[in-house]
Ligand binder design. Sequence first.
Ligand code: PA5
Length: 476
Amino acid sequence: MTRTMLEPLTYDPRGLMIEGTGLAPANLAALAGRLEQARSQVLEEARLWASGTVPAELEPLDAGFIDLPDRLLADYARDRAGSELARILAAARRLAGLVDRVVLLGIGGSYMGACALFQACCHPCHNELDRGERGGRPRIYFEGNNVDNDACQGLLDLVDHSRGPSSDRLENSWGIVVISKSGGTLETAVAFRQFLAALRRACGNDVADVAERVVSVTGSSGRLFELSRALACRDVFFIPEGVGGRFSIFTAVGLLPAALLGLDIVALLNGAAAMNARFKAVPPGNNPVLDYVGVCHLMEVLRGAHVRVLATWGKGLEAAGFWYDQLLSESLGKQEKGATPITVVNTRDLHSRGQQHQEGRRDKLITNLIVDRPRREPLSVGRSELDQDQLNSLAQKTLPDIMAAAIEGTNLAYADDRRPTADLHLPRLDEAALGQLFQMLMLATVVEGRLIGVNPYGQPGVEAYKRHMNAILRGK
Ligand code: PA5
C-alpha cells in the first residue's frame, strides 16, 4: 500500500484571522471541546452501525460510509481475486474492452461523484481523444440526470451511429452503466428505458450481447434490480446498506466508473483511508475535518456567513464542487438550518461572481480549493515578435505562476476589505488527493450536523416534489 507515501491535503485558515469580521484563535480554541464531542458521536455512530445495533431514535443513520474505504482495502489485501474491488476492476476491464462509449445513467449521489472524478482526473479532452490516446478506455457521457428531451435525443443520436453496416466496429460499440440505489428514480428510469431500447436495437436484439453491455449498480432489491435480473446482466453491483446516495462515492457508484476510465481506485481509497486516520487521531488545530467544521460553523454563527463559497482554482474541480453542493445541501439543509453552498471556478468566475464577492453582502465564507502542482510541465507565456499584447515582459512566467499570482492577489484584495478566506490545498489533482478531499468533506458534513443538531442522513425534503410530480403524471 502507498499510504505512507501519500502527500497530505492541508487546510490553512490563516486568512480568516481578521479582527471584527473574521475569527481569532481564541474563538477556535473555545469550540475545540464541542468539536471533539461531535467527532466522538460520529465515531460512536459508526461503531453502532457496524455492530447492527442502531437505536430507533438515531435513524436514519447511514454511517456505513465512514470506514468503507478501510474495509474495501483490507478486503482487497486479503482476497485479491474475490473482493469487491477485484470484481469492480474486472467488470471495468471487461466493459472497457467491449465498448468505446459508455452512457452513465444516474442522478444526485448516483452521478455527481463519478462526474467529479472524471473531470478531475481524466484528460480534459478525454472524449475527443482517439482510443489509443485514451489508453483503451471508453468515452463517457452522463444522462438520466434530467428529463431534458433534446439533451436525451442528442445523446441518442450520437450512440445510434452504431447502427448500420459498421456496427461491429469497436469504435461504434457502446454500453450502459445505470446507477440508482432505490432503483425507482424517475429521471434515471426513463432514460434507461430510452437507452436500453436503443442498445437492444444496436445489438440486433441479441439478448446475450445486451446482457454484456449493461452494468447496473443498485440496491439489493427494487425495480432496477428486477430489471437487471430480467436482462440477465453479467455484472450487477450492490450499494451496501447504510451508505446514503451522496455518501456513496467509494462504493461501486463512484469506483466502477472511475475504474472504467482507468483511474487508480486503490490510490483513491488510500487517500480516503488516510483522511479517516487523521480525523480519528489528530486534535483540533491540526485536524482538517474538525478545523474546517469549526471555521465554517463559527463564521456562520458569529459573522453571519450563511453562504459557503467553494472557490476552485482551475478547471478540474467544478464537478467536485457540485458534488459538495449536493452533499451539504441535502445533509444539513433541514429544520431551517444549514449554510448555502456555492461553487465557483476561478479565474473564470472572478469575471462574474468576483464583483459580488469583493463588494457584496458580508454573508460569505470563501474557501479556496487550490491545487499546488499541475500534472503537466508548466507552460511559459513565451516571447513573440508580435508584442502588441505587451506580454514579452512576462515571457518567463508560466501559467502556474499566473494562477498563483491570481490566488494571492484575490486573497489580498479580500483581506484589504476585511473579507476572510481560508485555503484548502491539494498537492496535485490526482486520485490520492481526491480521496482525501471527498472523505474530508463527507466527515465534515456529518460532524457539522451533529454540532448543530441536524441529522445529516436522509433527505425527507426531496420527496415533496416527487409526490406532486407523480400525482400530476398519473392524473391523481
Ligand atoms: O443522496 C441521495 O440519497 C440522493 O441524492 C440520491 O443519490 C438521488 O436522489 C438518486 O437516488 P437513486 O440512487 O435512488 O436513484
